[in-house]
Design a protein around this ligand. Structure first.
Ligand code: HEC
Length: 162
């Protein structure tokens, strides 16, 4: 192959890879939703413990959703009114990507890198350590990106503070 042909081939390859990764975005979001809800397993443990918790115990929805979720077709307001306090903060586009002060630290927002760091090491973007109740996850880059793409674009659920 001549030099110019090789350059052309490389350019075509780069363009198609870029297009492909754009097309992967909806697939990533779907995968992220499955991971969030526990349809796909994750590996997590409590900070300072070496033993993995059962997959069912580390589903994000266990802690990050109100204990009573609205029933499809039911009265969402009534269901949320009875939900009481949730155990952990909501995870959605406004809560993760808008600047606000977290747990007494500086005003911060997440991006993919700081989100994945928090998942793995419990350190938030303001360098504040998350409470121990939030598990630490041995999550690979693909799963973490999928979770981030789903959560960072997820509209705030009704009843969540903006
Ligand atoms: C056993 C309960 C529990 C589970 C399961 C859990 N979390 Fe959490 N998570 C928490 C608690 C509690 C906090 C708040 C910690 C704090 O304020 O220090 C938290 C905080 C967070 C934060 C920081 C939010 C912020 O605004 O700074 C992120 C991000 C997060 N969790 C993501 C996840 C994801 C993604 C999953 C699933 C893969 C998950 N969590 C599963 C309990 C849980």
């Amino acid at each position: 192959m001549s030099r110019s042909r090789r350059i052309l081939a490389a350019a075509v390859l780069c363009t198609s890879t870029a297009v492909q990764s754009q097309h992967n975005e909806p697939a990533d979001q779907q995968r992220g939703e499955l991971l969030y809800e526990g349809g796909l397993p994750l590996n997590g443990q409590l900070r300072g413990h070496s033993q993995a918790l059962p997959a069912a115990a580390v589903r994000c929805i266990n802690c990050h959703e109100p204990s009573r979720r609205p029933v499809p077709g039911g009265d969402a307001d009534a269901a949320l009114a009875g939900a009481g306090a949730r155990f952990a903060p909501p995870l959605d586009q406004p809560s993760l990507t808008r600047f606000h002060a977290r747990r007494g630290g500086p005003s911060t927002r997440y991006d993919e890198a700081t989100f994945c760091r928090a998942m793995r090491t419990s350190v938030d973007p303001g360098e504040v350590l998350l409470r121990k109740a939030m598990p630490q996850y041995a999550v690979d880059d693909d799963d973490c990106r999928a979770l981030w793409r789903f959560l960072s674009q997820r509209p705030a659920a009704k009843g969540n503070p903006p």
